[in-house]
Ligand binder design. Structure first.
Ligand SMILES: [Zn+2]
Length: 321
């Protein structure tokens, strides 16, 4: 995170100035008083530094996205004009994450916090309830009650439905354009380009599915926003969408499944149960990362669409194989 320091921090009704830059500011004042007329190079440097950091803090919105897919969307919308931090490092399981001291600080300094909602990041619910609404975007609220569900059940991995991804993109574009008018023209240009590429990408992906009449078993029930959208049959899962194990009865049923082409597993690899079922049914395990951590946020604005292509590629591998 760049530009830490001289930022107004609102605590209750009082405004405090954080320490480091306030100290420098005092030094600059001291420069003016003590070296009348002739300012030393050091003093000029201090003035310049103070000016640049204050200007930088005012212009560059600090954004925290909780997980990588949301960070990809922010990067696509706003590119380099925001300072973006992903709260949970790649590979962190959001269902059971905890909030550390450093993360609290990053959240306190953010102009915008973009999260999925309490169904995914339960560890943030209390902290974000204390924040002012204008500095928070909750994805599950943006896509709405019905779109956050799959066949009547809440599934927090909602970014895997492309329509949800597009809604989230548009909500972010509105948010930045309204609060930072200087960014609006660029944001709207990027948005038009995103919509064009979105249609193109979806056209490609629709042509790819369904591949066969067979479906997939999921190690973790995280993919149904995607598989439902593209009519890929879902056979069953070993842990539910909240990350809880579904128990022996479900395992027993899955061991008798007739129509599974593979067991889809997360980037961390198959659980012992997934490996066991794949061996029993004589099918492969295939890694499909719902977070798409390998996809980098790019200046070209194609991060989210690359995520969709990556997930599609995984499902093709499952169903083709
Ligand atoms: Zn999950």
């Amino acid at each position: 995170m760049g530009g830490a320091g001289n930022r107004l921090v609102r605590k209750g009704s009082r405004a405090h100035i954080r320490d480091p830059k306030a100290k420098v500011f005092n030094k600059v004042l001291h420069c003016n008083n003590s070296v009348r007329g002739v300012r030393s190079i050091r003093c000029m440097g201090l003035l310049l530094w103070l000016f640049m950091s204050v200007a930088g803090a005012a212009e560059t919105p600090r954004v925290v996205a909780t997980i990588h897919p949301l960070a990809l969307l922010v990067g696509d919308v706003a590119g380099e004009s925001v300072s973006l931090t992903t709260l949970l490092p790649p590979g962190t399981e959001p269902h059971h994450a905890m909030l550390g001291i450093r993360q609290r600080q990053v959240l306190a300094e953010a102009d915008l916090v973009f999260w999925v909602g309490p169904d995914l990041e339960a560890f943030l619910a209390k902290t974000l309830a204390l924040r002012k609404d204008e500095g928070v975007l909750r994805a599950s609220a943006i896509v709405g009650e019905t779109k956050a569900r799959v066949q009547g059940e809440t599934d927090a991995h909602l970014w895997l439905n492309p329509e949800n991804g597009r809604r989230l993109y548009d909500a972010l574009a509105d948010w930045f354009s309204q609060r930072y008018p200087a960014m609006a023209a660029t944001i709207r240009d990027r948005q038009r380009e995103f919509h064009r590429r979105f249609e193109e990408t979806l056209g490609d992906l629709r042509d790819q599915f369904p591949v066969t009449g067979k479906g997939y078993i999921a190690d973790h029930d995280a993919y149904r926003h995607f598989s439902d959208y593209f009519d890929i049959p879902f056979v069953g899962a070993l842990t539910d969408s909240a990350g809880l194990s579904l128990g022996a009865r479900t395992h027993g049923e899955l061991r008798r499944a007739q129509n599974a082409a593979c067991v889809v597993v997360e980037a961390s690899g198959p659980s012992p149960g997934a490996r066991n079922i794949a061996r029993h049914l004589g099918i492969d395990t295939v890694v499909v990362d719902p977070m798409a951590v390998e996809v980098e946020s790019g200046a070209t604005g194609g991060g989210y669409l690359a995520l969709l292509r990556r997930v599609a590629q995984g499902f093709r591998q499952c169903l083709d194989g």
